[in-house]
Design a protein. Structure first.
Length: 593
């Protein structure tokens, strides 16, 4: 759920509140170090006056040494505090971003792109995490010029007046620099996101790229933003270099003015030699905008990164209710559902009822919205209009844990998460028992090949090479072990060989009473075993009925002919690319064995 802190102008405040104590400690340590640096010139000047007057100065020499030691210790403390503050802020931002992106689901990648999201999560969070430390350092850095002016005024008001005469010029330079560096940093980070998006797309489609022999062309496409990235980076350095050069031009003139007036006042016996020495140091501190330039640059980059993170966090995530499901068979209803992708309406006014405990196969040509319907049915995404009801309760009204416990999913390309095979089969809110995991694996025809692995179910996923079909069987086993009253299979049988698919389909569809099952089907044999078939056409449900009755229509039969042709083309492309996509020969051999 979006909160006021997710707005671009409020996220920095949220980061500061999270790191408030450490940021205050860092600011205090920095300010104390600056204070020690401000006291040192006065102490040195007074010591010099005592030495010139042949008066005892040992105590003041010890004081000067103590101030130097204190400043050193405080600077070391600020380094440690700054590092831990940045790390903790970055970790907090990454956790918040990860939680929100996972809550958004497909909307996140559809709105920003996978590569850009990774760039924001990794690089952007690290840059934004430096904001509390940069702000604390900036406040302490401001204490130097302000303290220097005050100290000059205490030595002689005319010295402070000379410095204040040039202060507006320095303030205008710093203001312009802060504005320009934020804009440059935003451009640079935006181009980084574009580059990351192109790279993620290329990595995801590397088999197709290799099969087409288009590596060079794709490399050129991915790297196309590099000139703009380089231009943004050079512009950022030019802005910082120009600001530093302007400050270097103005600051020495002010220093010379202060020293000239101090020398004049010395000749008039209005200041001492020691005070002249202190005034020279305070003039440097008061005009030392180099540190301010560096801190402003860091703050500008952090601000630009924070704005990019806030853009993601401002996307409204699905809100969950507080309701629970009553006892029921898993009756699923879609009422007037309209949903789209990429600004295009895919499902338009879908009304569908799946009686509890039955099996409904959803068929249709490519692009008719079958997968989107599967996402809407289990609330992986929300429809733009209409509602989805399970056993009389709208999915929006259910608690998150209640919803996820009631709905299980299996996908065409399952994400196998966890350390071991056992972990991935138990992945979810409520981990099933070992016996349930084994039973689910047998039902998904996965138990045999898992037991042949070096350590069986305890084999690390990284050490378990798998074909596309074997991965799909593990995804099915995980869905079977999940339980619940609604099971949704989104093209989850597509990579299986014919014999294995027949075994799993028989287990899935002929098991008698059980959870409500919604299958995205591409093969006529699968649709024929379902209790009913929902035929999607043009984003609407064209017909619902038994497969044998719908089969009488030529247009319905053409749906499966087109699916078979597409499957054959995909299999040939995978074979040419030497990949494990599509049906893997190992699956066919194992099934026959």
């Amino acid at each position: 759920m979006t909160t006021p802190d997710d707005a671009p102008g409020r996220l920095p405040h949220a980061v500061l509140r999270h790191s408030g104590a450490r940021a205050a400690a860092l600011c205090a340590a920095n300010t104390a170090a600056t204070a020690a640096g401000l006291l040192l010139p006065a102490a040195l000047g007074h010591t010099l006056d005592l030495l010139l007057a042949h008066a005892p100065a040992a105590r003041w020499l010890v004081c000067c040494a103590a101030l130097v030691l204190l400043a050193t210790v405080l600077e070391a403390a600020t380094e440690v505090l700054g590092g831990t503050l940045g790390a903790r802020s970055t970790a907090w931002l990454r956790r918040r971003m990860t939680d929100h992106v996972l809550a958004l689901g497909p909307r996140a990648t559809g709105r920003f792109g996978a590569g850009d999201l990774v760039a924001r999560l990794v690089g952007g969070s690290a840059q934004a995490g430096t904001a509390p430390g940069a702000l604390a350092a900036l406040l302490a850095a401001l204490a130097g010029p302000v303290g220097g002016v005050v100290a000059l005024g205490l030595i002689d008001p005319w010295l402070a007046a000379v410095l204040l005469a040039g202060a507006p010029v320095l303030a205008l330079l710093l203001r312009a620099f802060a504005r320009d560096t934020s804009a440059c940093a935003a451009d640079y980070q935006r181009e980084q996101g574009t580059l990351a998006t192109g790279l993620a797309e290329a990595v995801g489609g590397h088999r197709t790229i290799r099969a087409a022999g288009a590596e060079d062309r794709e490399a050129a496409r991915v790297l196309a933003p590099l000139p703009r990235l380089s231009a943004s980076g050079h512009r950022m350095w030019r802005v910082q270099g120009r600001a530093a050069a302007q400050a270097v031009t103005v600051a020495p003139l002010l220093n010379l003015g202060v020293l000239a007036v101090a020398g004049l006042r010395l000749s008039q016996h209005q200041v001492s030699v020691g005070e002249l020495l202190a005034a020279s140091r305070y003039a440097v501190l008061a005009t030392g905008v180099g540190v301010l330039v560096g801190q402003l640059a860091a703050l500008g980059r952090a601000r630009a990164a924070t704005t990019r993170l806030a853009e993601v966090l401002a996307e409204a995530a699905p809100a969950h209710g507080t309701g629970s499901l009553p006892p029921g068979p898993g009756r699923l209803e879609l009422r007037g559902v309209r949903a789209g992708r990429g600004g295009r309406t895919v499902l338009d006014g879908v009304d569908l009822v799946v009686p509890g405990g039955t099996v409904l196969a959803v068929v249709g040509r490519s692009g008719t919205g079958k997968s989107l319907l599967a996402e809407v049915a289990g609330r992986l995404t929300d429809p733009d209009a209409g509602e989805v009801v399970l056993d009389g309760v709208p999915l929006r009204d259910l608690r998150h844990a209640e919803l996820r416990g009631a709905v299980g999913y299996a996908f065409a390309r399952p994400a196998l998460l966890g350390t071991t095979i056992e972990d991935t089969l138990r992945f979810g809110l409520a981990a099933p028992s070992q016996a349930a995991v084994r039973a689910a694996a047998r039902r998904a025809c996965a138990d045999d090949f898992v037991r042949r692995l070096p350590h069986g179910y305890a084999t690390r996923l990284a050490d378990a090479p798998r074909s596309g079909g074997e991965s799909q069987r593990l995804g099915l086993a995980r869905a079977f072990a999940h339980g619940g009253r609604l099971l949704i299979l989104d093209d989850a049988l597509s990579s299986l060989d014919t014999i294995t698919e027949r075994h799993i389909t028989r287990s899935l569809l002929d098991a008698g009473p059980g959870p409500t099952r919604l299958l995205i089907a591409h093969r006529a044999a699968t649709a024929a075993r379902a209790d009913a078939v929902a035929w999607l056409d043009g984003g609407r449900v064209r017909a619902v009925g038994p497969h044998r009755e719908l089969w009488r229509q030529a247009e319905y039969r053409a749906v499966f002919e087109a699916a078979e042709e597409a499957e054959e083309e995909a299999t040939e492309e995978a074979a040419e690319a030497g990949s494990g996509a599509g049906r893997d020969p190992r699956d066919e051999t194992e099934a026959r064995a």
